[in-house]
Design a protein around this ligand. Structure first.
Ligand SMILES: NC(=O)c1ccc[n+]([C@@H]2O[C@H](COP(=O)([O-])OP(=O)(O)OC[C@H]3O[C@@H](n4cnc5c(N)ncnc54)[C@H](OP(=O)(O)O)[C@@H]3O)[C@@H](O)[C@H]2O)c1
Length: 296
């Protein structure tokens, strides 16, 4: 199988580049400046030239707070841009795997969110990703939209790397304790994306493999519990560590509102695609181990 990935430097794109060889998958990654989803671009020539079996859109505007002051840009990349990628994939006869977010929900649920629960984004980022889901579905039926959450990896900017960096210089870090969700390793997401893409390619007539799916690890945590676990693992590996001081969301105001509860239910993906992501703590050990090896 040959995957064309849109995006080259992001957490998911780099994780796909790392994982594809292990899955015997050929990967071509294209990103800025060759493809800029903020521009009114026709992507069909780039996509057709790659002759992909499937296209993965790993590019997005992901600055949740900044999106509140750049709504047009967020909408252009995450909404219209997502539709352009899906349309180009369809024109090349390939399925598209698109990534979306738990931030399409408002966080008022009392059990893990299922794919068909009502959406009500609290901020511009969530609204732009929801617009992307609609644009992808309008462009082609041959799609899988994978909603995930709280993504970290050995690469780029993310919560795990931020916590470990802060622990280099501080004894204590204040972390929000009243938002609950589930941390996801981008390396696990890459494995899931590859498996979904393979199913779409190998089983073109099966409608139940298409549509929206939650791609998420087992379990749940608050950001404070996530940080506590990061420091416990780092300490056991001889890395930096700090105490976690739990605080309330109201103590740490941000431009964008975030859902208080956004755990996703992964059952549909398990039942239809045969994919089950490990418990989040197990993957965190692997990712922090990966970071320590990179730092040596
Ligand atoms: N990070 C999370 O916590 C999280 C949570 C839920 C869902 N997701 C979703 O998961 C997917 C992958 O996220 P990630 O964490 O890998 O994101 P990331 O690390 O922020 O990477 C985003 C990628 O998008 C590219 N990009 C941004 N603007 C672009 C544009 N105008 N044209 C083309 N490419 C552009 C960036 O390219 P450059 O390298 O050129 O900057 C970068 O490669 C996204 O769809 C995101 O919405 C993420």
């Amino acid at each position: 199988m040959r995957l064309l990935v849109i995006g080259t430097q992001g957490q998911l794109a780099l994780s796909l580049l790392e994982r594809c060889p292990e899955h015997q998958v050929e990967i071509i990654a294209v990103g800025r400046p060759d493809i800029d989803l903020a521009r009114d671009a026709d992507l069909s020539a780039v996509v057709a030239a790659a002759r992909p079996d499937a296209v993965v859109n790993a590019a997005a505007y992901t600055a949740v707070d900044q999106a509140e002051s750049e709504p047009e840009l967020a909408m252009a990349i995450n909404g219209r841009g997502a539709g352009l990628v899906a349309a180009a994939a369809a024109a090349a006869g390939a399925p598209v795997v698109h990534i979306s977010t738990d931030y399409v929900f408002d966080g008022t649920a009392t059990r893990p969110y299922r794919e068909d629960d009502p959406v009500a984004p609290l901020g511009i980022y969530g609204a732009s990703k929801l617009a992307g889901e609609h644009a992808v579905a309008e462009a082609t039926a041959n799609h899988a939209i994978l909603r995930t959450a709280w993504v970290y990896s050995p690469f780029g900017k993310n919560f795990v790397r931020t916590m470990l960096r802060l622990a280099e210089t501080r004894d204590e870090v204040a972390v929000v304790a009243d938002q609950r969700g589930c941390p996801n390793s981008a390396l696990d997401l890459a494995d899931g994306v590859i498996a979904v893409a393979r199913n779409l390619v190998e089983r073109p007539a099966e409608a139940h493999l298409r549509g929206i799916f939650n791609l998420t690890a087992d379990g749940e945590a608050s950001w404070a519990e996530f940080a506590t676990e990061i420091f416990a693992i780092s300490s056991a590996l001889g890395g930096p560590t700090a105490r976690v001081r739990p605080i309330l969301t109201s103590d740490y105001p941000t431009p964008a509102h975030r859902p208080a509860y956004s755990r996703l239910d992964g059952l549909k993906l398990t039942q239809r695609h045969g994919i089950r992501v490990p418990e989040w703590r197990n993957s965190l050990v692997t990712a922090i181990g990966h970071l320590s090896i990179k730092a040596v």
